[in-house]
Write a protein that binds this ligand. Structure first.
Ligand code: ZN
Length: 348
């Protein structure tokens, strides 16, 4: 099958590769339609590793996908051939201790698309467990279906924050995940979300959503902006979505006493936290690693029309131009949010 293969750091090829397509009794086979280009895919391309996950052999990229079911296993009752679906890319060991606790995202045995050594799905077909495959409601497009995966991270962050209606939140970092956290937080009941970044074009895209207030930290300090917005009380919730070590210095200054700091962005190196500042405000600290039990909720929220992710899709490439899409993503154009690759030209 022809797939987008990361041969090694800095080298991509669109070429034939043997991928397993045997459908087990609980699996479905999917004709892939749309795949989003994720920051992690780009990081593997440019750095060859994320933390302890190192690309040691050619690996197919891509994990944010939608498609159409073309075959179902003998035991599958919930899905049928022709169903339009999106897929949760992380499959845990179903009998593991983490899975039994409901925290399957942190199962040490989880197998996650395009995380070495597991192949991703930038290819015409993939086989996946039916239990991790979700039917798209008729009003959700393939493009939106491929946005469910990154939006699920925003949803997990909002769930971890334990939002109370009316809360004021801050999101540090206006990348795709930052914006999706802001949208999930608003859908979860926040009255407003301040989002900070240096990038004016990114902030402009975020600011088109009602309820999102852009803070350009090239022009104004976040501490000052939050003080003004909250009468010097601080934000109820602060989401860290940049992963930038510098951003961690201000987190406990912008959160209110008794508020929550939710860490989502993954710094590449260990980062120091101001523990005395956190303790003196009795800040609740939460962390987010991917998501668990949230994919279907993310999908339903998109289907409800309460969250429109279409404005975040800023570029679409045909499969033949996948390498160009990755080069574009690696160049980090400030006006790009989410690039997608179309494997199939089927409408919808
Ligand atoms: Zn992703």
């Amino acid at each position: 099958m022809r797939a987008l293969v990361l041969e090694k750091k800095g080298e991509l090829a669109l070429r034939e590769i043997a991928l397993p397509l045997d459908v087990g009794p609980d699996d479905v086979r999917i004709a892939i339609h749309t795949v989003g280009v994720c920051g992690s895919d780009v990081h593997y391309y440019t750095h060859g590793a994320i933390g302890s996950y190192v690309v040691r052999a050619p690996m197919v990229l891509g994990h944010e996908a939608s498609g159409t079911i073309v075959e179902v296993g003998a035991n599958v009752r919930t899905l049928k051939v022709g169903d339009r679906v999106c897929m949760e890319p992380g499959v845990p060991n179903l009998s593991s201790r983490a899975t039994k606790l409901g925290i399957y995202n942190v199962d040490p045995d989880v197998s996650f698309w395009a995380t070495p050594p597991v192949h991703g799905i930038l290819a015409p077909q993939a086989v996946h467990p039916a239990a991790f495959t979700y039917r798209l409601p008729d009003n959700v497009s393939f493009a939106e279906g491929a946005m469910v995966e990154p939006f699920a991270i925003g949803m997990q962050a909002a769930a971890r924050a334990r939002i109370v209606p009316g809360d004021v939140a801050v999101v540090v970092g206006c990348g795709p995940i930052g914006i999706m956290i802001a949208l999930a937080a608003l859908a979860g009941g926040c009255s407003k979300v301040l989002i900070s970044d240096f990038s004016a074009p990114k902030l402009e895209i975020a600011a088109r959503y009602p309820g999102i207030v852009p803070v350009n930290i090239g022009e104004q300090s976040l501490v000052e902006a939050v003080a003004v917005a909250t009468d010097h009380w601080g934000a109820d919730i602060v989401f860290e979505a940049s992963g930038s070590p510098k951003a961690f210095a201000d987190l406990f200054e912008v959160v209110r006493p008794g508020g929550a700091v939710v860490l989502v962005g993954l710094p590449v190196e260990p980062v120091a936290l101001n523990v005395p500042a956190a303790i003196s405000k009795e800040v609740r600290i939460e962390t987010v690693f991917r998501y668990a039990n949230i994919f279907d909720r993310a999908l339903q929220l998109i289907a409800s029309g309460k969250v429109d992710l279409n404005p975040l899709i800023t570029g679409t490439y045909p499969f033949d131009d996948s390498i160009e899409a990755f080069e574009r993503a690696a160049a980090a154009h400030p006006e790009d949010v989410k690039l997608q690759i179309l494997i199939s030209s089927e409408k919808g």
